[in-house]
Design a protein around this ligand. Structure first.
Ligand SMILES: Cc1cc2nc3c(=O)[nH]c(=O)nc-3n(C[C@H](O)[C@H](O)[C@H](O)COP(=O)(O)OP(=O)(O)OC[C@H]3O[C@@H](n4cnc5c(N)ncnc54)[C@H](O)[C@@H]3O)c2cc1C
Length: 410
C-alpha cells in the first residue's frame, strides 16, 4: 500500500510547524508530506518591526523554507489558485515553471493566513501601505529615510500616520518613531521636524492586553511624541492624509494600515462554509466539519475564542500533526483549547514589554525576555543557534562601540 499523502497549504506558523511536527513523529515513515507556499521563505512576523531599526536582518527572521523544513517534506514554491477545488484536491501555480499542477491528497491542511482588509473605505487601497511582509518593512524603512532627506533639504516637517492601535499599530508606531528620530539625529534636525500619528476608532490602545502592558505602551508612545487620535474612525484616506469621521484631517505623507485583516481570498474557491469574517469554522479537533481528513488552522480558522496570533497557530499545528498521526493509527483525536500564555511586544529600539503568566515587565527586561522567547520559538534549532550567536555578536559590537567612542575623544 502507498504512503498516506498529506498536503499542507501555507508555509507560515500553521503550515511549517505542522510539517515539522508530522515529519518528525512516529507516523513519518507512513506519510508523504508536501507543503505549498507562495513565498519561498518562512517569515517570523512578530520580529518584522525590528527590520526598521536594524535590530534584526532578513536571514534571521525569514529563513528559506527549504532550510527549516525536514528533508522528508517536499516543498513546492507556488500559489494555491482558484479552480477545481474539492476536498483533497488542489490546483497550484508553480512559480518556477509558471505552470499549473493538480495535487491530490488523502489529508489536506489549510494554513493560508490573513491579508490586509481595508473594509472598503475610500482611498485606503491606493493611499496606504500594509505591514505584513519583508518587502513592506523595507519599503517603510526607505520611506522614513526619504522623508528625513526631504525634510533636511526643505526644512519642511514630515508626517506619518499609522491606522490601528492594536498590537501591530502600537509596536510599529514605537519603532517608526525611533527610526525617524535616529535619522533626524544623523542630520542634526530636532524631533519636532516630524509628526507621527496613531489613529483608532476605539477609545484606548491595546484593548485586548493586560492594563500593565497598556500603561507601558502609553508611556513609551508619549515619550516618543506620538500623537494619539482615539475614539474616532477613519472615513477616507488620500494623498494629503487621513479624513476622520468627525471631520478632522490628519496630514500625512505616508499612511500605514494595520487596522484590519481577513483570511486570504483564495479560500472562496474551496467548498467549505465560512463565517461572516471569511474564516473556516472548525471542530475542536481542528477538522473542517463534513470533510473528514481536512484540517484548518491559524488565522483562517474560526476556533472558539482563539485570536489570530502566531502563538495560537503554533499550538494548533501540534494538535493537527498529532491528529493526522492518530487517524492513521485509528486512535481518538486530540482537541485544541485556547489558552493564552501571555503577550509580548517591542516598544522601540532596545525596549519591550511582556506579560507572561500574569507577571508584567518592561524596559530592557521586557526586551530580553521577548528576544529569548522568540529565539526558543524559532522553527529550527540550527537556525535559532545561528540567530542567537549573531544577536550576541551584535550586542557585543554595540557595547564595544559605546565604550570605544568616548575613549577615542579623550
Ligand atoms: C506585523 C505582524 C506582527 C505580528 N506579531 C505577532 C506577535 O507578536 N505575536 C503573535 O502571536 N502573533 C503576531 N502576529 C500574528 C501572527 O503572525 C499570525 O497570527 C500567524 O502568522 C498566523 O499563522 P498562519 O500560519 O495562519 O499564517 P501565516 O503565518 O501568515 O502563513 C500563511 C502562509 O500561507 C502562504 N499563502 C498565502 N496565500 C497563499 C496562496 N494563495 N498560495 C500559496 N501560499 C499562500 C503565505 O505565503 C504564508 O506562507 C503578527 C502579525 C503581523 C502581520
Amino acid at each position: 500500500m502507498g504512503k498516506h499523502r498529506v498536503l499542507i497549504l501555507g508555509g507560515g506558523f500553521g503550515g511549517l510547524y505542522t510539517a515539522r511536527a508530522l515529519c518528525r513523529s512516529a507516523a513519518a515513515p507512513a506519510v508523504e508530506v508536501t507543503l505549498v507556499s507562495r513565498t519561498p521563505n518562512f517569515l517570523f512576523l512578530p520580529l518584522l518591526y525590528e527590520i526598521l531599526t536594524d535590530e534584526v536582518t532578513d536571514w534571521q527572521i525569514a529563513p528559506p523554507l527549504t532550510e527549516v523544513l525536514p528533508s522528508n517534506c517536499r516543498f513546492i514554491h507556488g500559489d494555491v489558485v482558484g479552480g477545481e477545488f474539492s476536498a483533497g484536491q488542489c490546483r497550484v501555480r508553480v512559480h518556477q515553471s509558471d505552470s499549473d499542477l493538480l495535487l491530490e491528497a488523502d489529508t489536506l491542511v489549510l494554513a493560508l493566513g490573513n491579508v490586509s482588509d481595508d473594509f472598503g473605505l475610500p482611498g485606503v487601497k491606493t493611499h496606504t501601505r500594509p505591514f505584513r511582509s519583508l518587502a513592506d518593512a523595507h519599503a517603510l524603512k526607505s520611506a522614513v529615510e526619504e522623508a528625513v532627506r526631504r525634510a533636511t533639504g526643505s526644512r519642511e516637517t514630515a508626517a506619518f500616520a499609522i491606522i490601528g492601535a492594536g498590537p501591530s499599530g502600537v509596536e510599529l508606531a514605537a519603532v517608526v518613531a525611533d527610526k525617524l528620530h535616529a535619522e533626524l539625529r544623523k542630520v542634526g534636525l530636532p524631533p519636532t521636524q516630524v509628526h507621527l500619528h496613531l489613529v483608532d476608532r476605539l477609545s484606548e490602545i491595546l484593548p485586548q492586553y493586560a492594563s500593565a502592558l497598556r500603561h507601558f505602551a502609553e508611556r513609551e508612545l508619549a515619550r516618543r511624541g506620538v500623537h494619539l487620535h482615539l475614539g474616532v474612525g477613519v472615513a477616507a484616506c488620500s494623498a494629503s492624509g487621513v479624513e476622520l469621521e468627525n471631520g478632522a484631517h490628519v496630514a500625512a505623507d505616508t499612511i500605514v494600515w494595520t487596522a484590519g485583516s481577513r483570511p486570504t481570498p483564495v479560500l472562496a474557491e474551496f467548498p467549505f462554509v465560512r463565517d461572516r469574517r471569511g474564516r473556516i469554522p472548525v471542530a475542536r479537533t481542528l477538522e473542517v466539519p463534513g470533510f473528514p481528513g481536512v484540517y484548518a488552522l491559524g488565522d483562517i480558522a474560526a476556533s472558539a475564542a482563539a485570536p489570530a496570533t502566531a502563538q495560537v497557530a503554533v499550538r494548533q499545528a501540534l494538535v493537527v500533526a498529532d491528529n493526522i498521526a492518530a487517524r492513521l493509527r485509528g486512535a481518538p483525536l486530540r482537541e485544541y483549547h485556547y489558552e493564552s500564555l501571555g503577550e509580548m511586544m517591542t516598544l522601540g529600539r532596545g525596549t519591550g514589554a511582556a506579560n507572561i503568566l500574569g507577571l508584567a515587565f518592561d524596559g530592557v527586561t521586557g526586551y530580553l525576555t521577548r528576544r529569548l522567547v522568540y529565539l526558543l520559538a524559532m522553527p529550527d534549532t540550527w537556525h535559532a543557534t545561528r540567530v542567537g550567536l549573531s544577536w550576541l555578536g551584535q550586542s557585543i559590537e554595540e557595547v564595544w562601540q559605546a565604550w570605544s567612542v568616548p575613549a577615542a575623544t579623550d
